[in-house]
Write a protein that binds this ligand. Sequence first.
Ligand code: SF4
Ligand code: SF4
Length: 264
Amino acid sequence: MSQTLHFSCTMCGKCCHDLRLPLSVDEAIGWLGNGGKVECFCEAIPWPLEPAADDLPARHKRRRSFAARSGKLPVRVIVNLVASYEGACPFLQADLRCGVYETRPRVCRIYPAEVNPFVELDPARKACPPEAWSPENRVLARGGVIVDAQIAALAAQSREADAQDASVKAALCASLGISTAALSNEGFAIHSPDRDALYRALRAARESGLRAADLHDEPDAMQWSFASNRAPTRTVLEEIGANVTPLQDNATNACRYLGFHADQ
Ligand code: SF4
Ligand code: SF4
């Protein structure tokens, strides 16, 4: 899809319901400080070789991940800090205005545009009503590219924060003992630390500067395990030397699995 997309928010509030908001480290600290809850959605990618310079999707994943090992296998781990709610956002007011408007996360400011440069904006996958996409509204995207300068700048800031945060997340996981991830594109291993513990650990990880930077590209810094609901995936991972954790063990460790595919 690459037509011209026109957009104007109707303030319907639909995007403030049934959320999975990805937050930067600073935003997560603010969200927790405001009384919200945040979880860690973890995914990992086997990374035996560095990608070619022109493999842009792989370079994008590299920037937002940190190096680790799973058994003998070099991997890169992506930790998404997510504010996840069924129903209304806790900061949505009765009049459908945002209760933290001045400090609302970037993803709220960017919506319905995509942060991921490799995901094209598709109105059919967004909560906005048809009138929000009226051709009389201002142009948001043309030929698959966001042309609204403000939204494009926010998306670029979001990607930059994602890259900056990778080493902080490495330090965070080390301090909280988080070390289980789903195979990337198959699902997430979701860790739900105690809210106050996560708040303190995030602040400490953000301040740990040099140590965190060291962890970013040090593959031996941490051992991670894969969780998967698919037997073929578990078999292949074990064959290439990775650690695989049974799903039932994850449940006892305050970690649950969200699979994109049926159990197999
Ligand atoms: S923070 Fe504000 S804009 Fe974002 S989902 Fe909540 S109410 Fe909506
Ligand atoms: S769903 Fe779309 S139109 Fe409705 S409030 Fe959110 S951004 Fe605006």
